[in-house]
Design a protein around this ligand. Structure first.
Ligand SMILES: [Ca+2]
Ligand SMILES: [Ca+2]
Ligand SMILES: [Ca+2]
Ligand SMILES: [Ca+2]
Length: 428
């Protein structure tokens, strides 16, 4: 009897035990496990993607730290997801650490990394132009020069001859929406706290603006920048890889220092995303200046004409385009041109605070761009480890009397890091 009791007790204990184990199985059907390589080697200015294999860890949080750089010990939090994209400019040894925390348990995974210099030096400048189409404008068919029979492909190649390398010359983007798209031969790193690249134009300050205490202005013809990181590594900028750099008017139009007198001047000061403009081929090409030259319509119900001025007699409509019209699109910035003489002889195109091309001189810090300013289609900030492709389009639709249309010019671009230039970002 005593033995029987003992047997029942044991049986009971066994059942309880199996039951407990059973419960445990239901709560954690998969054991927690992380598989991660512990050492990597990369070329500088290329992106390393580390994607650990994670099983279990359903409620875990992740922290990636940089714990050592070639300069010495470090302690910077890089990322708070399981995956890490890492890029560095300085060659040498780095140490990283992934911390995985679930409930009260924290596990740490160290990673060693060697960053090496590229075999053939990377170019800090544009390496290839991959697309080009200007809006209507007074330098179209001239910069670059169109010759009979030139196709779009030939014009893209010509734009490349103007823009690739250190000593670029001016390519016109024409009026609103006209664009040029180019690449670097490496990934331009998005380093924290600093601007990363600049696109050069020919902006300059007005020498004799009669307005007292006038803000920055002169010849500012802002080009809006789009950037792409080749995330899927197919060597192409795919549609879902593009993001726009949110410059100052993307942030807040009314903060432009000339906003109030732009309104007073009757300028269209609206900031419009998904703006479209269609340019119509003129029925005939006039020899003489004409106000109603090339008709345009936008997707806001407005229309008007691009003007042919006395200084430029060639056609302002891209000669290599087939069809009777073409449509360009993008984010439209407020009109920044004001006739400060009041008599049509002194136009000042005011500067936007930051974040655009052909808006500040090429040697001015404010022509520098921080990749951290990139936003998605809803204007939400995105984090890119760096960028491989850049596209610039003219952001303003405005005629400025004898000066002609607002039209961005581009003369090159540079990776600030490869050139050893350090420009602090703007805190927004
Ligand atoms: Ca940056
Ligand atoms: Ca791609
Ligand atoms: Ca221009
Ligand atoms: Ca310009």
């Amino acid at each position: 009897m005593k033995n029987n009791n003992l047997l029942i007790k044991w049986l009971f204990a066994f059942l309880v035990l199996t039951n407990i184990v059973g419960c445990d199985d239901d709560d954690h059907p998969i054991p927690n496990e992380i598989t991660l390589k512990d050492s990597y080697s990369i070329i500088r200015s290329t992106v390393l993607s580390i994607k650990p294999e994670v099983t279990g860890y359903e409620n875990a949080s992740y922290k990636w730290y940089l714990t050592e750089t070639p300069k010495g010990a470090a302690d910077s939090l890089l990322n708070e997801t399981s995956e890490l994209t890492f890029i560095a400019l300085e060659t040498g040894n780095y140490k990283l650490k992934l911390e995985v925390t679930e409930d009260d348990n924290m596990e740490s995974f160290p990673v060693q990394l060697v960053v090496e210099k590229e075999e053939k030096d990377f170019s800090p400048y544009i390496s290839e132009v991959i697309d080009y189409l200007p809006g209507v404008g007074q330098f179209v068919n001239e910069l670059p020069k169109y010759e009979d029979g030139d196709t779009k492909e030939i014009m893209i190649k010509k734009a490349g001859e103007y823009l690739v390398g250190e000593a670029g010359s001016l390519v016109t983007l024409g009026g609103f929406g006209g664009y040029v798209t180019f690449r670097f031969d490496h990934t331009v790193a998005n380093l924290p706290g600093v601007r990363d690249f600049r696109v050069k134009g020919n902006a300059f300050l007005a020498a004799a603006n009669p307005r007292p205490n006038a803000p920055w202005g002169g010849s500012c013809e802002p080009g809006v920048i789009r950037v792409a990181y080749d995330k899927n590594k197919n060597n192409k900028p795919d549609a879902d890889e593009w993001y726009e750099i949110a410059g100052s008017s993307h942030e807040e139009v009314t903060k432009e220092p000339w906003y109030d007198f732009g309104v007073k001047n009757g300028n269209d000061m609206k900031f419009i995303r998904q703006f479209e403009i269609t340019y119509y081929r003129p029925k005939e090409e006039p020899e003489q200046p004409i106000d109603e030259y090339i008709r345009w319509e936008d997707n806001q119900g407005n229309s008007g004409y691009k003007v042919k001025n006395m200084f430029h007699k060639q056609s302002y409509f891209p000669a290599w385009i087939d069809g009777d019209s073409y449509t360009l699109s993008g984010t439209r910035l407020p009109q920044n041109g004001i006739d400060e003489s009041g008599m049509g002889n002194y136009f000042v195109c005011y500067g936007f605070r930051y974040g655009y091309v052909d808006n500040y001189p090429n040697n001015h810090d404010n022509s520098g761009i921080d990749i951290a300013w990139a936003v998605d289609a809803d204007g939400k900030q995105v984090h890119l480890p760096g960028i491989d492709f850049v596209s610039v389009y003219c952001g303003v639709n405005q005629e400025n009397g004898w000066l002609g249309e607002c039209s961005t010019e581009v003369s090159g671009a540079e990776d600030l890091h490869l050139l050893g230039k350090s420009i602090t970002t703007i805190d927004r």
